[in-house]
Unconditional design. Structure first.
Length: 114
């Protein structure tokens, strides 16, 4: 925990490869101090087929899933930091977004908890 899933148009990987995007999202998430570095997980889903606004425009959208307990201000700052990092990487890309969702502590379970 947390999980950062980056959806993007395949064409963006001509500018920066998957490893560099993963490294930058990981670094910015870690820099917030909200998570243990060893817990941060980042994945990329590049899409060859997609529509944005009824057409074909490049995009990058990060879906973040974190354990509940952070304030609205902390979550908003995390979103801004990730968008800022991606905007630096892709300065001409207008469609960059992040949303943060929370795992409910009462219903979250993983193997280590067995």
């Amino acid at each position: 925990m947390p999980h950062f899933i980056v959806d993007c148009s395949q064409e963006l990987l001509r500018i920066h490869d998957q490893a560099s995007i993963i490294a930058r999202v990981h670094r910015v998430a870690n820099s917030t101090g909200l998570f243990e570095e060893s817990d941060i997980k980042v994945r990329i889903n590049p899409f060859e087929t997609y529509a944005v606004g009824g057409g074909r425009e490049d995009f990058i959208h990060t879906f973040a899933w974190i354990m509940q307990g952070r304030s609205v201000e902390q979550r908003a700052a995390l979103s801004r930091a990730i968008v800022g990092e991606l905007a630096e990487m892709f300065p001409s890309l207008p469609r960059i977004a992040v949303n943060i969702a929370e795992f409910e502590r009462a219903t979250y379970f993983n193997r280590a908890m067995m």
